[in-house]
Design a protein around this ligand. Structure first.
Ligand code: FUC
Length: 796
């Protein structure tokens, strides 16, 4: 210990230097493209584009191009609040049954009396299809299609006879349209026709104002038509040549080039109001953008995108493997040395977040923004017992804080709707959300008691409000978020009950998400995850109220209750118990995909190296769970192994995540992986695994925590906590850390070479690398550079 302190002190005096802001870690940017030598046949081979609100999947077919598109407020159903007035009367009996050990009867009672009315939610809908037909393009050569992550533009290029054709397509957040430009290297070669199609009924195809238009209605449960309509228009502008609009088709002949402008909007205003005028919106958007030259549209788009995307650069080095088409690289990943694919996949996650979640849009749902079906898997909702949260794990650390905003807006909405559910269903104050929500911000328990009767979804989401504060130190934000956090805490102040046997405070009834304790029964009291989430929620609320200097009495109540919550327990196999009782080894699915009780290790920080018993127990639980699971389950496990500081196991999980999943595999039982277009395969496609793995790669390279003292946050940064042997040298620039820091790291031969940390808030900082600890008080705006002989100590 003495030696260690001496080393740390020496390092501190030798290497802590204040440098000017221009000092940078050098990092060569590798080409960040997904590319293919064939058009997409299936949807999960097509390439996604999006501007947060509008999304599209580009197939890149030569003769019959297909653009399937979405608008993020287009859902089935209508405003509703599915409270259940019968629930409250059944609550005492349900609790009693659980406490008497009659979980099966409790679950049955909940199914009969306590579920939401109706017990399902709305479905996210596809907006339409744009079909382009290019006569004579069946036999193309020199084909290539690509998605360039540096520009957020998809390009399709090929030759027919001696003409080279090129398409560029993107969804721009600046002009709020999807744009396609068609060019050829010989004048007069652009000949095509365009028409709309939809999976819904198609009577609503028209020609209006010199545009093609399409109107579709959202479909709900049992095919019921909902309130929302989605209206789309296509405007075609050709250079020279002829443009003809007839039979709901636009035909262009002999043009030098053409620009297609696609706009969509719905009648959604907010979760209570569907009186919007999509026609007027779409007309205005198209009128405005049609005045702009194509070069201006694409330049503005790229600039807006790069302003966010370029904040983080990652380099693991490149091998010849990077020369192959992306689907080939994916197939080879586990056997081949292809570190750049991991970097590409990381940046693809950031690309997807920028493309499906921007300020003012809806948050990323189960499929982000991209959905082709009126009946998508799990309705493409917001599943909040892991999936929605996972979508946002990379938002703060990978420097895309504003992408987090749509989630904050959703949390505010469900704090309103959820207060009705709390009052009517539980007779409680505050607000509650169970395991799903939708566009209408429904918060009741759905799908059946086994999956849905879990009252801690809203409390988990509230963590994200606190995370944003930890990274930004934004007191104005905290002031607005505090009432939402406080009200979430209030619900548990009102509903936690004392367990008659253990005398701890517990949730009841609840469950450990979707995991059966025995034969299709999940209903229980005080599962470990609930206790961890509520502990975090109460702590956040206590800290926030201190920072904002408010509510001392409520703070006292929270402290008392927090100290009486059921603690984390270590079971007979040395594992972290998932339930109050030590039953982990006897449950029907000991390797269940949900690893709920490990929430305490990640995303929470209740289990750390300095809680060694729990740390070892969490490791044991993860070992018992195994390395299988769905896409998101594998994504979560990358983060968990990184938190356990086992880089090679985290890397093994990344290989699991990147297991090639053929496009036609949609069965759950196939296990998680990655589709040819790099979309996460649950299977079927579900976007959470993409975001989970992006966060996981970040956690392998840097982890950060915050501590609170004297009304201020202090940051703690672990450098290269889980660097795998597969990435001996590399660099990352622009990560964000808790406590308000921006971090660049460079490493070589497995050892740290250079760290550059910019202090954004002037908070205290602890830096850890292996056994080395450096503590310092930073100054706001200053850059700290640590270099020299920073070697990982033996056993560190
Ligand atoms: C939960 C998970 C499933 C899936 C669905 C959306 O039910 O258990 O694996 O992710 O949500």
């Amino acid at each position: 210990m003495a030696d260690f302190n001496k080393t740390a002190a020496l390092l501190l005096s030798l290497i802590l230097t204040l440098v000017c802001f221009s000092a940078t870690v050098t990092c060569d940017q590798e080409p960040l493209v997904l590319f293919y030598d064939k058009p997409a046949v299936q949807w999960v081979e097509a390439l996604p584009i999006g501007n947060g609100r509008l999304g599209a999947m580009v197939f890149g077919r030569t003769a019959n191009e297909r653009i399937q598109f979405n608008e993020d407020t287009f859902w089935g159903g209508s405003p509703y609040n599915p409270v259940n007035p019968k629930s409250l009367a059944a609550l005492p009996q349900a609790r009693e049954l659980v406490f008497e050990g009659k979980a099966e009867q409790a679950q049955k009672l909940i199914d009969e009396k306590m579920m939401a009315v109706p017990p399902y939610q709305a479905k996210y809908q596809p907006a339409g299809l744009l079909k382009l037909s290019f006569p004579g393009h069946e036999k193309a050569t020199d084909y290539r299609r690509q998605l360039d992550l540096n520009t957020a533009v998809v390009t399709v290029e090929y030759k027919v006879a001696d003409v080279t054709y090129k398409r560029r397509i993107f969804s721009t957040p600046v002009d709020q349209v999807t744009v396609m430009q068609l060019t050829a290297d010989k004048p007069g070669s652009i000949n095509f026709s365009a028409r709309f199609d939809a999976v819904q009924k198609k009577e609503d195809l028209k020609i209006e104002d010199g545009c093609l238009s399409l109107e579709v209605y959202g479909v709900g449960h049992n095919k019921a038509i909902g309130d929302l309509r989605c209206y789309s228009r296509l405007k075609v502008i050709a250079e020279n040549g002829d443009v003809k609009l007839e039979d709901n088709k636009c035909t262009v002949t002999g043009a030098d080039s053409a620009v297609l402008l696609l706009a969509s909007a719905t009648s959604y205003v907010n979760y209570n109001d569907t009186s919007g005028d999509p026609q007027a919106k779409v007309k205005r958007q198209l009128d405005d953008v049609a005045k702009k030259p194509f070069d201006g549209i694409i330049t503005d788009h790229i600039q807006a995108y790069q302003q966010m995307f370029n904040r983080v650069r990652l380099d693991f080095g490149t091998t010849d493997a990077a020369k192959l088409p992306t689907d080939q690289r994916l197939k080879n990943f586990a056997q081949n040395d292809d570190p750049q694919l991991a970097a590409l996949y990381f940046q693809f996650g950031r690309y997807l977040l920028i493309s499906c979640s921007r300020p003012g849009t809806q948050p990323a749902n189960l499929q982000g923004l991209w959905n082709k079906s009126i009946d998508p898997p799990w309705y493409s909702k917001y599943t909040v017992n892991i999936n929605t949260e996972m979508n946002y794990w990379p938002a703060e650390p990978t420097n895309l804080s504003e992408c987090h905003e749509p989630l904050f807006a959703l949390i505010k909405d469900i704090s309103e709707t959820g207060s009705k559910t709390a009052a009517v269903n539980y007779g409680a104050g505050g607000w509650v959300c169970h395991h799903n929500t939708d566009l209408w911000r429904a918060t009741g328990p759905i799908d059946g008691a086994f999956w849905g009767f879990w009252p801690t979804g809203g409390a988990w989401l509230c963590q994200h409000l606190w995370y944003h504060y930890e990274y930004s130190g934004d007191n104005d934000f905290l002031e607005k978020a505090y009432p939402v956090i406080k009200s979430a805490a209030q619900f548990f102040v009102d509903t936690l009950v004392e367990h008659p046997k253990y005398h701890w405070l517990v949730t009841c009834p609840s469950m450990s998400p979707e995991n059966a304790m025995f034969d299709r029964v999940s209903t229980c009291a005080g599962p470990t995850m609930d206790m961890q989430i509520i502990r975090d929620l109460f702590d956040d609320c206590i800290m926030a109220s201190e920072i904002l200097d408010t509510d001392p009495n409520f703070r006292r109540i929270l402290r008392e209750k927090r100290d009486r919550l059921a603690p984390m327990q270590i079971g007979s196999a040395g594992q972290l118990q998932e339930w109050l009782k030590d039953i982990d080894l006897t449950v029907p699915e000991p390797q269940h995909r949900h690893v709920s009780h490990l929430y305490g290790l990640f995303p929470s920080s209740q289990i750390r190296k300095d809680t060694p018993d729990l740390f070892a127990a969490a490791r044991k639980s993860l070992e018992l769970r195994g390395d299988g699971g769905t896409g998101w389950s594998k994504g979560w496990k990358i983060n968990l192994w990184a938190r356990l500081q086992d880089g090679d196991h985290a890397y093994k999980m990344l290989c699991e995540q990147l297991k090639f999943t053929p496009a036609d595999v949609t069965s759950f039982s196939a296990g998680g992986g990655t589709y040819p277009n790099l979309f996460d395969a649950h299977p079927p496609f579900q976007i959470d695994g993409n975001f989970g793995a992006t966060s996981g790669i970040c956690e392998m390279l840097m982890q950060s925590y915050s501590h609170y003292a004297d009304k201020k946050l202090a940051g703690e940064i672990y450098l290269l906590p889980a660097l795998p042997t597969a990435w001996p040298s590399g660099s990352i620039e622009g990560l964000r850390a808790r406590g308000g820091f921006e971090v660049d790291i460079e490493w070589k031969d497995g050892n740290l070479k250079l760290v550059r940390i910019k202090s954004l808030l002037g908070n205290k900082l602890t830096i850890r690398y292996g056994n080395i600890v450096i503590q310092t008080q930073t100054e706001k705006g200053e850059v700290y550079l640590y270099d020299g002989e920073l070697k990982r100590p033996e056993g560190g």
